[in-house]
Design a protein. Sequence first.
Length: 108
Amino acid sequence: MSAHYPRRDVYNADAAHTLPAVLIEALVQSAPGRLVLLPAPPAALPSGALRGVRTRFGATLDLTWNPHGATAVLRPTRSLRVTLTTPSGSEPLDLVAGEDRVLTLRTR
């Protein structure tokens, strides 16, 4: 963790909280009834994994991606319909509480 002072005795809350949020928002955006996967250009982050992201509609998300595609695993805590937006477009997605939903995506 970076610090603003030479003795590194001051915790840098900006780096600790803001930088991870920026990275997550580049990969996953959610709102009640809406999920956007990979809104950032894939070239910016060619491959990786993001695990345990909590959406704003009550599901946990694991995401892995590479230059050829991505896999998202949604674990909803309640049944609902959301609008899923990916680089390929938008479509409705029905989620059932307690049932994992695996999505396979092709990147741009």
